[in-house]
Structures are given as structure tokens and as C-alpha cells.
Design a binder for this molecule. Structure first.
Ligand code: NAD
Ligand code: AHE
Ligand code: ZN
Length: 375
């Protein structure tokens, strides 16, 4: 297949909110600096649903969504030296080129090398897509497009991993698990004894709980409007549960009262701007830090009284948990293999790519953490 166009199945999003369509698509060979990957397993993340909904200002249609996956390199383009056909890999929406201003700064995991192309749904070389159907291009998504049996990504977006690792599990290291752990370990740097509040107990919120527990937090307060989430959340380290619907006063006040002045760290894992405000305002005066993880729709803005920051609260955000993707995803795979981090526990459903619309329905019903699809 090397050097040839591959015809394979993919789930195509033609229009916002219209069911994905399983189509036979054409995947062009990788060009210079590109890698073609046979995707074996892909999970669904809330961000896929967000872009599909039409609320993502970078959303383009038709496109192939998906960004939490694992597979095997099928072929590589000219000049690609770090991976070769047969390597087991995780595509990373957050690239790491090690050469750009961002990578060299040592201050961030964001990489600038291919970001303009990935945001425009194309490849950097020729600003064109490698996907087509009957000659019509289909846009890429987040530089990954994993809802397809084959995808083409930039070489700076490929993490080579231990070939022994089970791909149907470590696919979650493409997004949700690193995001939650890294938000705690890298962005907030939670210390032993800290009091933590987590808003939203979906997969990302539960991974934050796991991370906070591992960091030695003394109290981990889970906040969700769905009380069914608490039983599950306890297994991931949540020690107390608060449902905002059970109170008349604002949730930030409830948390301040529960914690003698506020929490040390809070995490917003929903994508709701009024919850982001509450998450900041429940932080302790003088030092409390709030980390935004949730992705909010186009046009949404956050607000608070500047006095909240003047009096020492800190507002932060995190992308991919601050992890350097190519360097650290293989390390996270190794940690999973040594049973130092959980993955299996976040997978509640397994299906095939043909059932992808049903998988999204499950996500919206709330009875599902991660659903892994065999492609
Ligand atoms: P999810 O839908 O599984 O979880 C969201 C949870 O929030 C649910 O349990 C829901 O009941 C709860 N919730 C909804 N409204 C609430 C409210 N008003 N108050 C309290 N709880 C409420 O989503 P997920 O896959 O865990 O992702 C969470 C968010 O993180 C999404 O916005 C996703 O796009 C984002 N995300 C960001 C990054 C990043 O790098 N920054 C990475 C992955 C995901
Ligand atoms: N296109 C969106 C941005 C969405 C967003 O913030 N994405 C996160 C990852 S979410 C993964 O589930 C991210 O890494 N952002 C950094 C980046 O460079 O995109 C919008 O709203 O514009
Ligand atoms: Zn994601």
C-alpha cells in the first residue's frame, strides 16, 4: 500500500449535528514530514461532540472527527526518521516539534509548528487534505482525524509507544487521561494535604480526581448536577459530593462554607462559563488556583470581579494537561504498563466504528465514560 491511495471506511461529519455517515473514503499517501497510520482503536471525547455541534469556531465540514486513538504506522513520507512502518503509535493533537519558539521556551507544551494547518483542517505542506470522497476533499480535524481506518498526520504529532501496550486501552492516552492527570501534576501542581474541588465528574473530572489522590490531596470534593455520578466517583478518589441542585445559595458559597474559606485548587471539567466563574470564586483567598479544562462554545466569555484576582486567586487553563506529547505520552504508556495509572476503569463501553452514532448518543445520556470503537 506504500505510496498508493488507500480506500477505507471512515465516519464523515457532513454537517453540524447530522448523523455521521460511514463512507468508503480515499486516503492519499503521506507527503514529506507526514505519517500514514492504520487506526485500530479510537475513543470518543466530549470535544468531538463539541465540534460536531457546530459551536467550535474552528469546526469545518465535511470533516473526519476523532482525536483519542492508537494504531500502527502504515507508511511514512520523505524525511520522516523517528517512526517507521510497523511502529505502534498514538496520534497527538498537541504536536511537539522541539524547534519552534513554543517548544524551545520550556514554558509550555503548546507547539507552533503545524497549529495553523491543523486548525484549518489541512496538512502543512500544501495546505490540502489527504482525505477525499469521489474526488471531493474532506477536512482533517485537530491534526488527527481518528474516526477512520487510516489517517495522515504530521510527524511532529506522532508518539511512538511500547509495542506490548494494548492499543484498545492506551488509545485513551491520546486525550482524556493525560489531560486530567497533567492538569493536576503539571498545571496546578497540587501538593500533599491540599483541598481540591472538581466541577464535572465525566471522564476528565474523574481523571483529575485520580491525579489529586495520587498527589496526596486531603479532600477531593466532586461537584456535579447528576447525583448518579458520585458512586462511580468514589472509586477514583472523590471523598465528598456536592450537587448544586440541593442548595439555594450559589455553589461557590457552599464550597467556601464547607472548607473554612475556600479550596486550594479547583478544576472546571465541563465547558460551562458560569461554572468556570464558580470554580474560581470557590478558591481560597490569597492562594487558591482554578484550572479551566472544559472547552466553551464560540462566543462564550468568562467573567468575575477583578477583586477575586487582586486578592490572590489565580486563574489558569490547560491543554493536554501541559504534557509534551511526543516525549511524555510514551512515558504515560509505561506508567500504565506498570499499573501506576488507571485506564481500563474509564472504559465503560466497547463498540465498532459502524456504531459511532449510538456511541455519541450514549455520551449525551451520561451513562458512559469512555467508549472505545474498533475501527
Ligand atoms: P463529560 O461530558 O463526560 O463530563 C461532563 C460532566 O459535567 C458530566 O458528568 C455532567 O453531568 C457534568 N455537568 C454538566 N453541567 C454541569 C454543571 N452545571 N455543574 C456541575 N456539573 C455539570 O465530558 P469529558 O469528556 O469529561 O470532558 C469535559 C470537558 O473537558 C469538555 O468540555 C471537553 O471538551 C474538555 N476537554 C478539554 C481538554 C483540554 O485539553 N483542555 C481535553 C479533553 C477534554
Ligand atoms: N477549536 C476550539 C479549541 C478547542 C480546545 O481548546 N482544544 C483543546 C483540546 S480539547 C481536547 O479534547 C486544546 O488543546 N487547545 C489548544 C489548541 O491549540 O487548540 C475552539 O474553541 O476554538
Ligand atoms: Zn479530547
Amino acid at each position: 500500500t506504500q505510496g498508493q491511495v488507500i480506500t477505507c471506511k471512515a465516519a464523515v461529519a457532513y454537517e453540524p449535528n447530522k448523523p455521521l455517515v460511514i463512507e468508503d473514503i480515499q486516503v492519499a499517501p503521506p507527503q514529506a514530514g507526514e505519517v500514514r497510520i492504520k487506526i485500530l482503536f479510537t475513543a470518543l471525547c466530549h470535544t468531538d461532540a463539541y465540534t460536531w455541534s457546530g459551536k467550535d469556531p474552528e469546526g469545518l465540514f465535511p470533516c473526519i472527527l476523532g482525536h483519542e486513538a492508537a494504531g500502527i504506522v502504515e507508511s511514512v513520507g520523505e524525511g520522516v526518521t523517528e517512526v517507521q512502518p510497523g511502529d505502534h503509535v498514538i496520534p497527538c493533537y498537541q504536536a511537539e516539534c522541539r524547534e519552534c519558539k513554543f517548544c524551545k521556551s520550556g514554558k509550555t507544551n503548546l507547539c507552533g509548528k503545524v497549529r495553523t494547518a491543523t486548525g484549518a483542517g489541512v496538512m502543512m505542506n500544501d495546505r490540502k487534505s489527504r482525505f477525499s470522497i469521489n474526488g471531493k476533499p474532506i477536512y482533517h480535524f485537530m491534526g488527527t482525524s481518528t474516526f477512520s481506518q487510516y489517517t495522515v498526520v504530521h510527524d511532529v504529532s506522532v508518539a511512538k509507544i511500547d509495542p506490548q501496550a494494548p492499543l484498545d486501552k492506551v488509545c485513551l492516552l491520546g486525550c482524556g487521561v493525560p489531560t486530567g492527570l497533567g492538569a493536576v501534576w503539571n498545571t496546578a501542581k497540587v501538593e500533599p494535604g491540599a483541598i481540591v474541588a472538581i466541577f464535572g465528574l465525566g471522564t476528565v473530572g474523574l481523571v483529575v480526581a485520580e491525579g489529586a489522590k495520587s498527589a496526596g490531596a486531603s479532600r477531593i470534593i466532586g461537584v456535579d448536577i447528576d447525583s448518579k455520578k458520585f458512586d462511580v466517583a468514589k472509586k477514583f478518589g472523590v471523598t465528598e459530593f456536592v450537587n448544586p441542585k440541593d442548595y439555594d445559595k450559589p455553589i461557590q458559597q457552599v464550597l467556601v462554607d464547607l472548607t473554612d474559606g475556600g479550596v486550594d485548587y479547583s478544576f472546571e471539567c465541563i465547558g460551562n462559563v458560569s461554572v468556570m466563574r464558580a470554580a474560581l470564586e470557590c478558591c481560597h483567598k490569597g492562594w487558591g488556583t482554578s484550572v479551566i479544562i472544559g472547552v466553551a462554545a464560540s462566543g462564550q466569555e468568562i467573567s468575575t470581579r477583578p477583586f477575586q484576582l487582586v486578592t490572590g486567586r489565580v486563574w489558569k487553563g490547560t491543554a493536554f494537561g501541559g504534557f509534551k506529547s511526543r516525549s511524555q505520552v510514551p512515558w504515560l504508556v509505561d506508567k500504565y504498563m506498570k499499573k501506576e495509572i488507571k485506564i481500563d476503569e474509564y472504559i465503560t463501553h466497547n463498540m465498532t466504528i459502524g456504531e459511532i452514532n449510538k456511541a455519541f448518543d450514549l455520551m449525551h445520556e451520561g451513562g458512559c465514560l469512555r467508549c472505545v470503537l474498533k475501527t
